[in-house]
Design a protein around this ligand. Structure first.
Ligand SMILES: *Cc1c(COP(=O)(O)O)cnc(C)c1O
Length: 452
């Protein structure tokens, strides 16, 4: 099965043709969901002792499995956080797969690591982190957050050790009350607590609130997690005041900008993130709003040595790697073997240049503002708050939870759009998250009309 046979040659043509077709589709299919039984009935067993052959296997995917997945890059997919990878990034992802690069060490993946570091440098510069900073691409924001919190705990333990104190039985992190679910989940993995700090009506965590909570919890706190672009509302915490308090008190400061961080690339939005340069670590998911394919989260460290101290794995057979250059991507997060998943993002940045990234992000910010104005003008809709970044949250006046659900299912079935209900202050709402710069005003009009 490792021979390049005529059958495989044909398969290569078929696969490249299929991929090319998919990339060139406009619009991309919305797709649908399906039950396991339905898929089994259509396919039968696909894994057998003798194999079903490349032709049938590919057909199973193209005809049955692929249509049973939603296309996150559809311009009318506005739920959760969608994605909109660039053509160049998607195509290059095929090359990354073909190349068999081990992306964990400089020795084995010098070229790939060099390129990934270029892309990480761009992000560090956008965030205002200095030349010492650096990072690594990890699978997603969830692993990025967990890796950051582990480093925070390492720093907190070292600090207590230096002061001759014992570590607490159970660590805790102070987090925004808009923190993403992956933050408490990371704390749970660490057998630690994520303590949400109550905020005011604007939902923004501030330095004063953090200072008060630090006074209350003292040495239990291993770090502070601010959110720069909450997933439900797009709220950005007051990073400057939080950063100052953390820096003054020598408390690790992590900024979760998994969704929002992309807006650093848009010059008009940059000032919303002032203070992010005070962070010890930052995550930004290029697979969300920076047009990279899944899965790709940039984990940035102000002081990469701090990350290496907790994350580098040690084994006899790994020691040799340290002889060659000292930048082994595996050392900077919870991982060892890794795909150089930042390469498609790097390639796209190299092809198109950075300016157009800022323009594309700005286009979605404008779309959010325009949509909010339409909602305010609609008699049966109520804007819950001004858009936070590219997220617009609104109520359909007079509707109960079930009505939202019915509307969502109808829109998905007839292809109008994919918009699932969310909640705000306990009430059902609709929520648009704009990522795709190709989403049009006309598409928004059609979706709003379906809610009339
Ligand atoms: C999406 C998101 C995450 C989780 O990222 P994944 O890549 O889905 O693991 C974390 N934090 C925020 C604010 C997010 O929006």
């Amino acid at each position: 099965m490792h021979d390049y046979t005529p059958e495989i040659d044909e398969l290569a043509d078929d696969i490249l043709a299929y991929a090319k077709d998919r990339v060139s589709l406009d619009p991309t299919p919305m797709g649908r969901s399906a039950s396991a039984q339905e898929l089994y009935d259509a396919l039968g067993p696909t894994i057998t002792a003798e194999g079903i052959g490349s032709h049938r296997a590919l057909k199973a995917f193209t005809d049955v499995l692929a249509p049973a997945c939603l296309s996150v890059d559809n311009t009318r997919y506005l739920s959760f956080v969608p994605a909109a990878p660039t053509e160049a990034a998607i195509l290059f992802d095929l090359v990354v797969g073909a190349e068999s690069i081990y992306g964990g060490s400089w020795l084995e993946g010098a070229g790939a690591t060099y390129a990934e570091n270029e892309a990480l440098r761009w992000l560090c510069d956008l965030a205002g982190l200095d030349d010492q900073s650096g990072g690594v691409f990890v699978q997603g924001g969830t692993i990025g957050n967990l890796s950051a919190l582990v480093a925070a705990r390492g720093a907190a333990e070292a600090k207590l050790r230096d002061q001759g104190k014992y570590r607490p039985n159970r660590w805790a992190f102070l987090v925004s009350d808009t923190a993403h679910s992956s933050v408490p989940s990371a704390a749970m993995v660490m057998d630690a607590d994520a303590i949400p700090v109550p905020t005011g009506p604007d939902r923004r965590l501030t330095g004063d609130l953090v200072a008060r909570a630090l006074d209350e919890y003292g040495d239990l706190i291993a770090g502070v997690v601010a959110t720069a672009g909450s997933t439900n509302l797009g709220v950005i915490d007051d990073l400057t005041s939080i950063g100052r308090v953390c820096n003054e008190r020598n408390v690790f400061f992590h900024v979760d900008a998994a969704y929002g961080g992309a807006a650093l690339a848009a010059p008009k939005a940059r000032q919303l993130f002032t203070g992010i340069e005070l962070a010890d670590s930052v995550i930004i998911d290029p697979h969300k709003w920076l047009f990279a394919p899944f899965d790709c989260c940039a984990l940035l460290w102000r002081d990469p040595d701090q990350a290496r101290a907790v994350h580098a794995q040690h084994a006899e057979y790994l020691e040799f790697l340290d002889v060659y250059g000292d930048w082994n991507p595996s050392d900077f997060a919870i991982q060892l073997t890794r795909r150089p998943r930042g390469l498609p993002f790097w390639f796209s940045l190299a092809c198109y240049g950075t300016r157009i990234y800022g323009e594309a992000v700005q286009r979605t910010l404008d779309l959010a503002a325009e949509t909010a104005a339409k909602i305010e003008a609609a008699p049966n809709l109520r804007l819950v708050r001004e858009p936070g970044l590219s997220i617009v949250v609104f109520e359909r006046i007079g509707w109960k939870e079930g009505d939202y659900q019915v509307c969502t299912e109808k829109m998905l079935a007839d292809g109008t759009g994919f918009v699932v209900p969310s909640r705000h202050d306990g009430r059902p709402v609709f929520r648009f998250c704009f990522i795709n710069p190709r989403t049009t005003s006309a598409e928004i009009d059609a979706i709003l009309a379906a809610m009339a």
